[in-house]
Design a protein around this ligand. Structure first.
Ligand SMILES: *[C@@H]1O[C@H](CO)[C@@H](O)[C@H](O)[C@H]1NC(C)=O
Ligand SMILES: *[C@@H]1O[C@H](CO)[C@@H](O)[C@H](O)[C@H]1NC(C)=O
Ligand SMILES: *[C@@H]1O[C@H](CO)[C@@H](O)[C@H](O)[C@H]1NC(C)=O
Ligand SMILES: *[C@@H]1O[C@H](CO)[C@@H](O)[C@H](O)[C@H]1NC(C)=O
Ligand SMILES: *[C@@H]1O[C@H](CO)[C@@H](O)[C@H](O)[C@H]1NC(C)=O
Length: 428
């Protein structure tokens, strides 16, 4: 993109709405609306209405570049894992990433956030949020169409010649660490470690990545930067897409504990609370309350079964997956309407209970021995932190079937699970 230096200047100077407009304008190709081949492919579940897009442009040039507008591509499943940080989303991502026919991307919205709102945690501005969400939906729409060039507008420094070594968590995406995208590993290297991929593969050629995406039958994307399902409605309802949402939730007490361990700077005051037994006066409580509020509104929406989510929504509790990974994964694949392949099964055997492997090198690395980990927060958080969480998250704990404890003894008695049996069936 020759205009990239202009983009940089604009990005530096302008408000984020203007930045986003700039990005849209400078993107190499305009976003095209091409006709759908037939209404029954559009995933609206028998609804008779014509899709609200122009139908006159048939045969117009350019549509071949957007495979999701073709007959085959509408049969693609566009899997969206809606999660929050430290809720076990890497684990769920891997369950999809390991599938032979799935092209998987790990949190592409990272680039949107870092470009548009470098300090999101300080931006509670509703307008900023709306722009960020609009940009996120546009990006997701393009990525589901395997238009990876669209992502380049958000990568810094801007890729030259469609090549970059700055794609966030590139190594988490199997297809981006394999031939033909990366030549460092042969077909026999089945389980390439994320770090090795980043170290050994040459800079990512976005053209090859795009081709790799098109080769796969399905696209799965994991995101942790969209607060709730309602924010995705426009995407879910887009007749050109065939979205299947997997909403991943986890006990907020577990999320808090895991974040305290992982994001040591951001959650420093919580660690002080844990260590001293006294809650710092300047603790940022929103670090906890936002999780619960977002879960509550998302789950309330999802479980109220609005028509626009019909056939497109499944709630998964991380703890259920951790307890019974194989069974739960089968349920997920049934919901997606895909056969679960042997790679996925092998990966589960190698990475969950009963596995010998102890190396959990990467801080975001997928949990090993997931079942034991799911409730280990009980041994890490102090009782008053737990009690506090139970107060501010009371509704969502109840809704999701996480039991509140009433004493330290109850908290620390691991022979008593706090995860109540509760079945969340996909909304069919
Ligand atoms: C659909 O896919 C099949 C095989 O995957 C291919 O042979 C065929 O040409 C494709 N049709 C269109 C319209 O792209
Ligand atoms: C991009 O490609 C052009 C033409 O192949 C080449 O002249 C240029 O040096 C390349 N730029 C970079 C940064 O590799
Ligand atoms: C990226 O891959 C494409 C397709 O193979 C190739 O034409 C192009 O030259 C590659 N780009 C670079 C910078 O190597
Ligand atoms: C554990 O490792 C040993 C030796 O490496 C191997 O023989 C055994 O099958 C492994 N057990 C499991 C459950 O993977
Ligand atoms: C832990 O809970 C179990 C089941 O309720 C109970 O039988 C046991 O006595 C408890 N252990 C302790 C140390 O309180």
């Amino acid at each position: 993109m020759q205009c990239s230096w202009k983009a940089v200047i604009l990005l530096a100077l302008a408000s984020i709405a203007i930045q986003y407009t700039a990005i849209r304008t400078l993107t190499s190709k305009p976003f095209q609306l091409c006709p759908l081949p037939s209404p029954q492919n559009c995933g609206l579940g028998g609804q008779e209405t014509e899709p609200p897009f122009e139908r006159g442009a048939a045969g117009g040039g350019g549509c071949d570049d957007y495979p999701y507008f073709s007959i085959n591509a509408t049969r693609k499943t566009h899997i969206l894992v809606l999660a929050t940080t430290r809720s076990g989303s890497s684990f769920v991502g891997q369950l999809l990433n390991q599938h032979q026919e799935v092209f998987y991307l790990f949190e592409p919205l990272y680039h949107v956030q870092t470009t548009l709102i470098p300090r999101l945690s300080h931006s509670r501005n509703a307008a900023d949020r709306r722009v960020m969400l609009g940009a996120s939906r546009d990006l997701l729409r393009s990525l589901y169409g395997c238009d990876l060039y669209f992502l380049e507008s958000y990568i810094k420094p801007t890729p030259t010649n469609h090549t970059t070594d700055k794609l966030f968590r590139r190594g988490a995406s199997r297809a981006l660490c394999q031939q033909p995208v990366c030549d460092a590993f042969g077909p026999t290297d089945v389980n390439v470690e994320e770090g090795d991929c980043v170290k050994k593969c040459a800079a990512l050629n976005m053209t090859l990545a795009t081709e790799a995406c098109r080769e796969k039958r399905h696209v799965a994307i994991k995101i942790v930067r969209v607060p709730e399902i309602g924010d995705l409605r426009a995407l879910v309802e887009d007749p050109r897409l065939n979205i299947k949402v997997i909403q991943l939730v986890r006990d907020p007490r577990g999320i808090l504990s895991s974040r305290i361990e992982t994001f040591r700077d951001t959650y420093r005051l919580w660690r002080i609370w844990r260590a001293t037994g006294r809650r710092p006066y300047n603790l940022d409580l929103s670090q906890l309350t936002v999780v619960c509020e977002d879960f509550l509104s998302s789950v309330s929406t999802g479980l109220s079964h609005p028509y626009w989510l019909k056939g497109k929504y499944m709630l998964v509790r991380y703890e259920d997956l951790a307890r019974n990974p194989l069974l739960k994964t089968k349920e997920i694949y049934d919901y997606l309407g895909l056969p679960m392949d042997k790679n996925v099964e092998d990966w589960i055997h190698a990475n969950t209970r009963g596995s010998n492997e102890t190396s959990a090198k990467h801080k975001f690395g997928t949990v090993r021995d997931s079942a034991a980990n799911a409730e280990s927060w009980r041994l890490k958080l102090s009782y008053d932190m737990v009690e506090y969480t139970q107060t501010v998250c009371q509704k969502v704990l109840h809704q999701l079937g996480y039991k509140a404890v009433k004493s330290v003894e109850e908290l620390k008695n691991m022979s008593l699970s706090l995860v109540q049996d509760k079945t969340f069936l996909p909304f069919l």
